[in-house]
Ligand binder design. Structure first.
Ligand SMILES: N[C@@H](CCC(=O)N[C@@H](CS)C(=O)NCC(=O)O)C(=O)O
Length: 206
């Protein structure tokens, strides 16, 4: 199996961390995002959406979308369970993961594409919208406050135990802190307690 990857990109890190939790190794293939390799005809055959990660199976089947890849891996390697084991856990983990994806990671993405690093990388290839970044920065900060409040009552993001929702939240916050100038405020104590706990897992180094 091969994972199409790029160091520093959050979604491939999500899959690498998931694989590390399952103790599964795959060959990593770097895709030159800065050079536009993901938009080449060859790569578009693997993922017409021109995004990484993509997991290519030994028979050539390509699975894109981080959660789809993680679901495939969980089906092949059920333990440790990371999507929920009971009906209620399945529901809570799915909800937690979708909230983080749809309300935090997507807003971080808007701040990123309208921010200074992409301005340099894209070099006029598309127009940025500075007002969109002002709004998404605010939404990210407000989600951090919400998450902090939730984590005052629970140890993990969903279902009272470690799950894919924690992985998604960690890769989102680490990317926002390192690349988008959106590090959570130091006074968000519960969020930082959770961050330390999840970052101490060996898989966080993946
Ligand atoms: N929903 C997709 C998002 C994938 C995604 O946005 N990947 C980024 C890297 S983290 C990418 O390939 N960006 C290249 C581009 O948009 O041009 C997933 O969960 O895998």
């Amino acid at each position: 199996m091969k994972l199409y990857d790029f160091p520093g990109a959050p979604n491939p890190r999500r899959v690498r961390m998931f694989l590390a939790e399952k103790d599964v190794s795959v060959e990593l293939v770097n895709v030159d995002l800065a050079g536009g390799e993901h938009r080449s005809a060859e790569f578009l055959k693997k993922n017409p959406s021109a995004k990484i990660p993509v997991l290519e199976l030994d028979d050539g089947t390509c699975i894109a979308e981080s959660v789809a890849i993680c679901r495939y891996i969980e089906a092949e390697h059920p333990l440790p369970n990371l999507f929920g084991a009971t009906a209620v856990e399945l529901g809570l983990v799915e909800m937690g993961n979708r909230h983080i994806e749809l309300e935090l990671l997507s807003q971080i993405g808007i701040s990123w594409v309208n921010g200074p690093i992409v301005a340099r990388m894209a070099a006029g290839r598309f127009s940025q919208i500075p007002e969109a970044k002002v709004q998404s920065d605010e939404r990210v900060r407000s989600y951090y406050a919400r998450l902090n409040k939730e984590l005052e009552a629970t140890q993990y993001v969903a279902a009272s135990r470690f799950s894919i929702a924690d992985i998604t939240a960690l890769i989102a916050i680490d990317f926002a802190s390192a690349m988008v100038d959106l590090k959570p405020e130091p006074e968000l104590a519960a969020l930082w307690r959770w961050h330390k706990l999840v970052s101490s897992r060996p898989s966080a180094q993946a």
